[in-house]
Design a protein around this ligand. Structure first.
Ligand code: SAM
Length: 878
């Protein structure tokens, strides 16, 4: 097609789509607009077999002839109906209002359906005509839409597409029986209906469950605090999620598993009797920290819960000590250290466990109980991917996550334990605990790390007796240590008397602590490594995988990460989670969100994601989200966010290069940035080598099983679970096809969908490439304008395409948006690939479902203008 005329058509059309906002009055589309779109360029990727979703004959949908002068899309499409070879089911002449034959099954189904918008509390419209017949559900739906005003106009048979089952109903009315309802803007209907029932009835089960959980969590939290008060505890520390640790006359008890930490929440003041919230250390950020309870359970568990240490260590264990395993020794400000609870490293307390376990009868290192891998957070395991427990420090890891090719008989030791390394902390974040592997070429980074901590490491080894004298100020840490003479650079603030008193308090707390492990210990593998090059440096598996710039030289064993490529120019970036400067931070994956955090801290809070990507699942993406974008809604009070909050969070919310397979992802590179911003903006760029390591290891077990390579991440597992839930709950019931402000028809939800929920499955005919090409030509050269106008192809992988043109489900009406509310993912369910859309954020009733088509970029002449009307609209689909 001539690009010029195309452009003109587009312009014309755009004029008819002013604002292209949702709920805009019915638009008219002419043939020109429809033919403008270049099919070649519009093959959304993804793929999928039919699934259970009902397939829709497009012919059914567009079968009614529109007698209006103003023809809308359907009218246009219906012009061709008579010639459509692909509508075997369509009998009767819609043009003249005759009722087409509908199978008994369909009749039943449709009659049984009721309007999906009724749940919104819409009062029933008054109909002048008696409704009956097969398309009653469509009428119901329209009734609901036009709750205030239902006007029928003779002969004007508009296609009505909706239905409780997410079906599209034929627009076939008997001229004298049923007249189509006037289509009123959806927004108008929803304005009157939406808010009244949303809170109570529209919330999906999962949300209710979550809020229950949240309530429970909150009550636990308050219970803990209260208990602490009752016990006369003078120090109260609250970890973010559910755990509460309180102090009973110097003796601390862990009320529940430690899940999260935040520096702010551990500011304790000895002797203070004030037990107001301020001393309960609930920082501002806790609003969404708490809401983070929503995050996946497995991810929420801290390492020490995951590894079950909290339970095992029993009375030996010190709750704050447990937290401290996640904290850097350098950070004196934390209550753990303040209370003298600095646990030098997971290995120290775990040594006790180890001794215990060594004394026990020799047992296999394979873990049988339901415990979690401290790298991926999942408890999934199989015979080819065992979950192993270190016999010394008790960390638990998957074979695949730690690169253990062969499970040893008897005891297994993680790498630091095998080399008897002590006080190991990660060179990238400074924290101990967790599964670590060797860090190679870390010198430059470590230097930067120490600098960022404001420590001048004039490391003059004097003695190994480390009587620490610690002083701190708001920003920096001064440590005078007999082993390391570490000095603060910035002591200005520290000169005030009150500050000194405060500091003295902190030091006292450390000194007076009854815990034998309480002495502040600055001796760790990082500082020791600066002095002595023979001291091994370590890196968390998590940091190694999630930090941009690392490399995994041995993809088989993942025995080390080369960290020389990690940027150390950003030392002064403060982690938004632990508030500590230094270390390597990654950026929230959400575009325009500049919040940064240590991967390790994010891991503790369940904010990391790893996703299998690529057309052939050949990549793994490592992402993280900030607290806000992970939980999105501020749930501290359990209330909905205010409009202002919502709009501001919406402003920030957007999708970045996503994981769903889209055409050309590979060519565009990993983390293809659809916004034309730097790669770093949308997430960390992980070198292929590093990804290979993960894939290689993770791929092994499926290869060994002789099955196609299946993604094994917990994300994938969750997706499958969500898919099952969707099927069971008939998740498509609340979806409605309706006129879209973006393009022709769109898919809408009539109920609240919470973030992460599966929204709909893309179904259609699965065809090979050759058939798809053939069909494409057919559609383009055929007379059916509808087929020319919109592309209903979705690429699943290199060879297969879902063609929803002639037969398909409602997902084919999902329009593109540059700021979508859903993402499309290809998941495997019983070895079948499915294309499913997940809610990228909470979606409210009446919102149009959208996702980013991720079309390849095309040259000027082939550009498809985008009418998504979002703030960050890229103007073209391709
Ligand atoms: C799968 S269909 C979407 C449903 C379509 N609106 C309908 O009524 O059949 C995909 C086609 O819709 C159109 N489309 C979707 N999103 C669009 C957007 N944001 N701007 C312009 N056209 C869009 C394009 O023509 C695309 O090929």
């Amino acid at each position: 097609m001539d690009p010029k005329s195309r452009k003109e058509q587009i312009k014309e059309d755009k004029g008819r789509h002013p604002g292209a906002g949702q709920g805009s009055p019915p638009q008219t589309l002419d043939k020109g607009f429809l033919t403008v779109l270049d099919r070649q360029t519009r093959i959304p990727s993804g793929l999928e077999p039919y699934g259970d979703t009902d397939l829709i004959q497009p012919g059914e949908l567009f079968s009614a002839k529109i007698v209006s002068r103003k023809r809308d899309l359907h009218g246009v499409c219906n012009d061709q109906d008579g010639e459509d070879d692909y509508q075997p089911e369509l009998k009767g002449d819609a043009r003249f209002g005759k009722i087409p034959e509908v199978s008994g099954r369909k009749k039943l189904k449709r009659a049984g359906a009721f309007d999906s918008f009724e749940s919104l509390g819409t009062s029933k419209p008054v109909l002048r005509t008696v409704e009956k017949s097969y398309n009653s559900n469509a009428v119901h739906c329209i009734k609901a839409f036009s709750s205030l005003e239902v006007t029928f106009c003779d002969k004007k048979a508009r296609p009505i597409v909706c239905g409780e089952y997410g079906e599209i109903c034929s627009r076939k009315f008997a001229a004298d029986e049923l007249r189509p309802a006037k289509i009123v803007p959806l927004s108008r209907v929803l304005k009157n209906t939406e808010h009244c029932t949303l809170q109570k009835s529209c919330k999906p089960k999962s949300t209710l469950r979550k809020s229950k959980k949240k309530r429970r969590a909150r009550s636990t939290l308050y219970f803990d605090l209260k208990k602490a008060e009752e016990n006369g505890g003078n120090q109260v520390s609250v970890s973010h999620e559910v755990s509460g640790c309180y102090v009973e006359e110097g003796k601390k008890t862990c009320v529940s598993g430690i899940k999260q930490f935040d520096n702010n929440s551990f500011i304790l003041e000895k002797g203070k009797d004030d037990r107001s919230e301020k001393y309960c250390c609930i920082p501002d950020g806790i609003a969404y920290n708490r809401s983070n309870i929503k995050c996946k359970e497995i991810r929420k568990r801290s390492l020490y819960e995951l590894t079950g240490k909290g339970k095992e260590s029993g009375s030996d264990s010190h709750p704050l000590m447990e937290i401290s395993k996640c904290l850097p020794k350098m950070k004196v400000r934390k209550s753990l250290e303040e209370t003298g609870d600095v646990e030098s490293h997971g290995h120290r307390s775990s040594n006790m466990n180890a001794e215990k376990s060594i004394m026990q009868t020799r047992c296999s290192s394979i873990v049988d109980s339901d415990v979690f891998c401290c790298v991926c957070g999942s408890s999934n395991k199989d015979e080819f991917n065992c979950l192993l427990e270190c016999s010394r420090c008790s960390i638990r890891v998957h074979q695949a996550c730690y690169g253990i090719l062969k499970v040893p008989r008897g005891h297994w030791y993680c790498r630091p334990c095998r080399t008897s390394s002590k006080d190991t902390v990660c060179v990238l974040c400074g924290y101990g605990g967790g599964a670590m592997t060797r860090a190679l070429r870390s010198r430059a980074f470590v230097k930067g790390l120490l600098k960022a901590w404001n420590i001048e490491a004039e490391c003059r080894p004097k003695s190994t007796n480390y009587s620490a004298e610690t002083v701190l100020d708001d920003q920096s840490l001064v440590v005078s240590n007999s082993f390391c003479n570490l000095q603060f650079k910035d002591l200005e603030l520290s000169r005030t008397a009150s500050w000194k008193m405060d500091v003295q308090n902190q030091v006292d707390i450390i000194r007076n602590s009854s815990c034998p492990d309480s002495k502040l210990n600055l001796y760790n593998s990082v500082t020791a490594g600066v002095l002595d090059s023979t001291v091994k440096q370590w890196v968390h598996m998590v940091c190694g995988l999630w930090t941009p710039g690392t490399r995994c030289p041995n993809v088989d064993t993942m025995s080390a990460f080369d960290v020389s490529g990690v940027s150390h120019k950003r030392e002064n970036v403060v982690c938004s989670i632990c508030n500590r400067p230094g270390g390597s931070c990654i950026q929230c994956r959400v575009v325009d969100c500049s919040v940064r955090f240590h991967p390790w801290c994010a891991h503790q809070k369940g904010l990391l994601q790893s996703e299998v990507e690529g057309l052939d699942n050949e990549n793994v993406g490592f992402y993280g989200r900030c607290m806000l974008h992970a939980s999105h809604r501020t749930c501290e009070s359990g209330s909905e966010p205010t409009d202002a909050e919502w709009s501001s969070s919406r402003k920030r919310e957007s999708t970045c290069a996503r994981t769903e397979g889209f055409k050309g992802r590979k060519q565009d590179g990993f983390w293809h940035n659809i916004y034309g911003q730097s790669k770093r903006k949308t997430g960390c760029f992980v070198p292929q080598e590093q990804l290979n390591a993960w894939i290689h290891i993770n791929g092994q077990k499926s290869c060994m099983q002789g099955l196609p390579k299946l993604p094994t991440s917990d994300i994938e597992y969750d997706c499958r679970k969500e898919y099952a839930r969707y099927k069971q709950a008939k998740g498509w019931k609340h979806l409605v096809v309706y006129k879209s402000g973006i393009h022709a028809l769109g898919l809408y939800t009539s109920r609240f969908i919470s973030r992460g929920e599966m929204v709909v499955e893309y179904v259609g005919e699965i065809v090979g490439l050759r058939v798809a090409d053939k069909r494409e030509n057919e559609y383009e050269s055929g007379r059916k304008v509808q087929y020319k106008s919109a592309c209903y192809f979705f690429r699943i992988d290199k060879e297969h395409i879902i063609d929803a043109t002639r037969k398909g489900g409602i997902a084919r009406f999902v329009n593109h948006s540059c700021l979508p509310n859903c993402v499309a993912k290809v998941i495997s369910v019983r070895n079948e690939k499915k294309v499913v859309f997940f809610a990228e954020r909470d979606i409210y009733p009446g919102e149009e479902i959208t996702y980013d088509y991720h079309f390849n970029h095309e040259d000027e002449g082939k550009k498809i203008p985008c009418f998504c009307n979002s703030k960050n609209c890229r103007r073209y689909l391709n």
